[in-house]
Design a binder for this molecule. Sequence first.
Ligand SMILES: NC(=O)C1=CN([C@@H]2O[C@H](COP(=O)(O)OP(=O)(O)OC[C@H]3O[C@@H](n4cnc5c(N)ncnc54)[C@H](OP(=O)(O)O)[C@@H]3O)[C@@H](O)[C@H]2O)C=CC1
Ligand SMILES: C[C@H]1O[C@H](OP(=O)(O)OP(=O)(O)OC[C@H]2O[C@@H](n3cnc4c(=O)[nH]c(N)nc43)[C@H](O)[C@@H]2O)[C@@H](O)[C@@H](O)C1=O
Length: 313
Amino acid sequence: MDKGSKIYVAGHRGLVGSAILRKLRAEGYTNLVTRTRQELDLRDQAAVNRFFEEERPEYVFLAAAKVGGILANSTYPADFIRDNLLIQTHVIDAAYRYGVKKLLFLGSSCIYPKYAPQPLKEGYLLTGPLEPTNEPYAVAKIAGIKMCQAYRRQYGFNAISLMPTNLYGPGDNFDLTTSHVLPALIRKFHEAKEEGRKEVVVWGTGTPRREFLHVDDLADAALFLMEHYESEEIINVGVGEDISIRELAELIARIVGFEGEIVYDTTKPDGTPRKLLDTSRLFALGWRPKIPLEEGIRQTYRWFLEHRAEVRG
Ligand SMILES: NC(=O)C1=CN([C@@H]2O[C@H](COP(=O)(O)OP(=O)(O)OC[C@H]3O[C@@H](n4cnc5c(N)ncnc54)[C@H](OP(=O)(O)O)[C@@H]3O)[C@@H](O)[C@H]2O)C=CC1
Ligand SMILES: C[C@H]1O[C@H](OP(=O)(O)OP(=O)(O)OC[C@H]2O[C@@H](n3cnc4c(=O)[nH]c(N)nc43)[C@H](O)[C@@H]2O)[C@@H](O)[C@@H](O)C1=O
């Protein structure tokens, strides 16, 4: 990519898209194309084709998707499989048809089998049953991976697929009914402290383990791989370490300054017991994450406080 290359960031107002846009701007890329969902609904194939025909972007970061935490995935499985299949099919196909030089697709660590050995190697894809709470979303993401691979094989289309671990950071979704665990706990502990409440409810048993990557590190990896990775093989993006939900809750409570009790609601699902990515393929290319978890949570909490009026949720 040259600094003047025309680059389309799909989903530029989301957690990942906004971080990629920040990173591209910081690196001096000037010819950036964006559309809000109101301007271009990516589920509308004719509109997507018109957009690519008119704009003719050279590079595409596909960060638009229907995304949510464990509750949203379980409550709206139809929306998750439909919207993701439509968005990714339309964007990947139009990118190929209208001469895009390279496209970056984002999957997720939930594409791996629920009981796969840990850490999760790229080769474990499609070796066992998926986690039921997000199976429709994961199946859509697997279809996106296969579409990128098939378009590369049959048409020579240059698409790469990244599998990020659980992400967090500025611009996250703090809506307690749809968010992921990390922003949910920041908000829950903050509001409990503000309102002088004695306890905070954390879902599940607290024993599942998750790996968390700051979204600015993900954006850094996305640019790095757009420049240095050219393969149909999927590539994991993570930090190589995980923590239990209980440890995460205690860490966030300490950062926020909540001194009450943490209560576990075991009627809520745990989801996958563990999702730690094997990042050796990425690390062998020379990339490393830079933001330690505690520092990243402190920075995200500051962002939450400064943007309280406009955060999602
Ligand atoms: N967050 C995470 O922990 C992880 C995310 N990922 C992947 O990263 C990518 C981005 O996720 P994230 O940034 O967290 O998600 P967000 O929900 O923060 O952002 C998604 C973006 O997609 C846009 N979008 C959704 N539907 C449409 C549509 N029909 N037409 C146009 N735009 C649409 C949204 O627009 P609007 O703002 O208008 O709603 C929003 O800008 C996804 O592919 C996701 O699977 C992978 C692993 C973990
Ligand atoms: C990125 C990833 O995200 C999702 O999978 P997940 O990792 O299970 O997501 P989560 O962040 O929602 O939960 C992680 C763990 O945390 C526990 N938990 C406790 N208390 C709260 C809480 O208050 N909110 C939430 N959301 N979870 C909580 C929760 O019970 C679970 O054990 C999928 O959408 C999947 O498709 C996907 O790709």
